[in-house]
Design a protein around this ligand. Structure first.
Ligand code: ADP
Ligand code: ZN
Length: 756
């Protein structure tokens, strides 16, 4: 037998199958990771066996053997091998890069190991009573009462126990165990264990399924019908607080009862202990979690529990879509509109897209859930490509929170210079007086967005990046939010020397300071990138607020998701415009999503919620739709704009970024790249008999952030109409890029996550 092996080296020259002989007595299957001799020096190299074959055209003299397997079981399932082949094709990446996504990174090179604990038991054949008697003095007093207790305990359990478990029953028993081992009364063995990322949380009371509301029941029935057919994609559009999670959990329970398994994807930021608790209490130990806070050991153990069939449900962030479950029958992507489901590094996969492929390979059902579906997804729901399931109301018919729009222009004209408008100021005062909690949302960290000289117009910019630096008052420095560089605060303008420097714009630190100034004695927590850098900071700050140790939570978009805090009755959005004018065709969609999510944090229990949105453009339709909780209205407006302007989903963007230390040759490079790309795409379109106008736009230009960390950046941006010829044009672009590839040229990005 021969193994067809992909070597674990990411290089285009070796990204193909090599044949190795499987020596007698070595059990190797497709999916095994193996060590093989590779290259001229026969270096021991890791690889993935993707197939077996009974014949080979390699000369037997040149044939080398598989040296060993890395794990006793195949690390990859048959389905995952098929998935990797598909990804290499769909995302134009190396096969080995696709394969690497399928296992925990630390498994490569054997950097994580199974953990064993020391366990002991009574020597087989030993008589507990006789051994205890041997400990007694002539007078019948035990010389070693601890040892006697250990013998008793092990006699009762009759099996292996870990030292830690014994000491939980008999404090300080370690010495007694050692003595008994020495005497041969006990026997020792190492036992494989799985590190449990839930740890102390396991005491969660079992959660019972709730009786579904009629709308939930209809959604559940729709999903179950698809599960029966073993095919289909459902879009579960349900307003915030409409009970989507309950529908997910009951659908999963149904699938498990039928012998199937499920994956639930949620955005990293909403993988809070509370959210995981809900699943753990419903499904017990048959749940695995995968998120970025796991240690490599915990991640490896969760992966192994999944691979070895010990779990029915996997809940995790983006990469959990690759979880090695067999018998997959349901994949849920919650908050499907979240940009974080798209990988920003190669392979640039979209988790929902991979989920759709896995669903197909498994005969499983894909459920996309959101209160604010992306316009592309909702379009498919309306057209019938996806089955649209709707939860139009909050649970218990709780009203949506009342949203009040405040015009900051008139506030300014009436002489209010603070960042709290009069309505927000009075609402905050009432909320605090009533002992309730408030959330203040500010989409920018730091204190002021930029420092500008009112005398000469000088703006302090990062010397390495083409962006203004942000003033951080607490630390007393200027920071670049692109590269992290810090600089001192100038006391006079470095350009004209006059003391006219003024701080413009608002950040989270300034909100915190003004809160303290206007409402002295109010306790607040601030959550942004600066306060949540350490491992558990995010969770600790959040729990402080949840335990009501702070009355106000101030934060960036990281607070917008998944919080369910009953005592929050007021949400204030300090500046709704900050995201509306970002130069990206999705800025309207992102603003609507963010405002809806933030507003959804208010009034989740029996108290009504109040939301105040401050803005300089109260007449903007997107802000109006968000204030009225009108997603269908927003969708109709947005899709009409996209159609008129030919933006996705009616078109797609294709981008190559070029970067280098000197601007002029880079600009020339970008022009050459654009010309070559244009020719490649035009030729492909002509060959497919397409209208040349399908290439809507193609241009080389400086990137919106032209300099970053000392490197100049130019981009070649193409826009293609979405037609049946698009795939041919993309293939041509990839072929052109493969032939061109040189230092400083990025991959091809299709509909890049941000346009900067
Ligand atoms: P969503 O995910 O749509 O924002 P959740 O699933 O978090 O909503 O549900 C909101 C609240 O309603 C939760 O506290 C949940 O326990 C409760 N809930 C959900 N379904 C029901 C039901 N059928 N009966 C009673 N309470 C429910
Ligand atoms: Zn910088």
């Amino acid at each position: 037998m021969y193994a067809r092996v992909i070597i674990d080296i990411a290089h285009a020259n070796v990204d193909r199958l090599f044949t190795y002989e499987i020596p007698e007595g070595l059990a190797v299957q497709a999916g095994h990771r193996v060590v093989v001799p590779f290259g001229a020096g026969n270096r021991k190299t890791e690889g993935f066996v993707l197939a077996l074959s009974t014949e080979t055209d390699v000369d037997w003299l040149a044939l080398k053997p598989v040296l060993r397997t890395m794990e006793p079981y195949p690390a990859l399932t048959e389905e995952q091998i098929a998935l990797a082949h598909w990804m290499a094709e769909a995302y134009h990446c190396l096969l080995v890069d696709a394969l690497r996504l399928l296992i925990p990174a630390q498994m490569r090179g054997g950097r994580v190991k199974e953990k064993t604990v020391r366990t002991v038991r009574l020597r087989p054949g030993a008589d507990a009573d006789a051994e205890k008697a041997a400990l007694l003095t002539k007078a019948g007093v035990s010389r070693a009462p601890k040892q006697a207790e250990v013998i008793d305990l092990l006699g009762q359990t009759g099996t292996y126990m870990s030292t830690a478990d014994i000491c939980a029953f008999i404090p300080g028993a370690a010495g007694a165990i050692a003595a008994l081992l020495k005497k041969g009364v006990l026997q020792e063995e190492g036992q494989e264990t799985f590190r449990d990322p839930f740890r102390a949380a396991e005491a969660a009371p079992p959660g019972e399924p709730l009786p579904l509301t009629p709308a939930q029941q209809a959604a559940f029935d729709g999903i179950v019908a698809c599960v029966k057919r073993g095919a289909g994609t459902c879009l579960l559009y349900g307003v915030t607080g409409s009970g989507k999670t309950e529908v997910y959990m009951q659908s999963i329970a149904h699938v498990i009862a039928e012998g199937g398994k499920a994956i639930v994807l949620v955005p990293e930021i909403s993988l809070t202990p509370q959210a995981m608790e809900r699943f753990r209490s419903r499904f017990g130990m048959r749940v695995a979690v995968l998120h970025s806070r796991l240690s490599p050991g915990e991640r490896y153990d969760e992966w192994r529990r999944i691979r070895l069939g010990k779990v029915d449900v996997v809940i995790g962030a983006r990469s959990a879509v690759f979880a090695p479950l067999t018998g997959l029958k349901l994949i849920i992507v919650d908050e499907e509109h979240e940009p974080s489901y798209h990988s920003e590094t190669a392979p640039r996969y979209g988790a929902a897209e991979v989920a759709a492929k896995r669903a197909k390979l498994n005969g499983a059902v894909l459920v996309l859930g959101s209160a604010t579906p992306s316009v592309a997804t909702y379009k498919r729901g309306l057209s019938g490509a996806y089955q649209l399931l709707t939860l139009p109301e909050r649970i218990n018919r709780q009203p949506m929170p009342e949203v009040q729009i405040v015009d900051l222009r008139s506030e300014f004209l009436s002489g209010n210079n603070s960042i709290f408008s009069a309505p927000l100021h009075s609402a905050l005062g009432q909320c605090l007086k009533a002992g309730e909690q408030a959330i203040l949302f500010m989409n920018r960290r730091g204190y002021s967005t930029f420092v500008c000289c009112r005398g000469c117009g000088y703006v302090m910019k990062c010397p390495d990046c083409d962006v203004s630096m942000t003033y951080h008052k607490l630390e007393g420095v200027m920071k670049c939010h692109y590269c992290g560089r810090m600089a001192c605060i100038p006391s006079v303008c470095p350009d004209c020397g006059k003391p006219y420097l003024k701080y413009f714009g608002v950040g989270t630190q300034q909100v915190e300071e003004q809160l303290a100034a206007y409402f002295p004695g109010t306790s607040a927590v601030r959550m942004d990138l600066d306060t949540t850098r350490t491992k558990n900071a995010h969770q600790e700050l959040l729990s402080r607020f949840m335990r009501a140790e702070a009355q106000v939570l101030i934060g960036t978009q990281m607070i917008a998701k998944g919080l369910d805090i009953p005592n929050v009755t007021l949400v204030g959005v300090i500046a709704a415009d900050s995201m509306l004018h970002i130069p990206d065709y999705r800025s309207g969609e992102r603003t609507f999503q963010l405002l809806t999510q933030v507003a959804g944090r208010a009034g989740r229990a029996d108290k009504p919620g109040h939301v105040i949105v401050q803005t300089y453009t109260p007449e903007h339709p997107v802000i109006g739709f968000a204030a009225r909780h009108d997603y269908p209205g927003f969708y109709a407006y947005e899709i009409a704009m996209r159609r008129a302007a030919l933006f996705p989903p009616y078109a797609l963007f294709l981008r190559i970024v070029l970067s280098g230390p000197v601007e002029e040759p880079l600009a020339a490079d970008a022009e050459r790249c654009a010309a070559g790309l244009r020719q490649a795409i035009e030729t492909a379109l002509a060959g497919a008999g397409a209208n040349p106008q399908e290439l809507l736009f193609l241009e080389a230009a400086p990137a919106p952030v032209k300099r970053r960390e000392g490197q100049y950046r130019y981009q070649v941006l193409a826009k293609l109409a979405r037609t049946k010829h698009t795939a041919a044009a993309i293939r041509a672009a990839y072929a052109f890029h493969d032939a061109q590839r040189h230092v400083g040229m990025s991959d091809i990005e299709i509909n890049p996550g941000n346009m900067f």
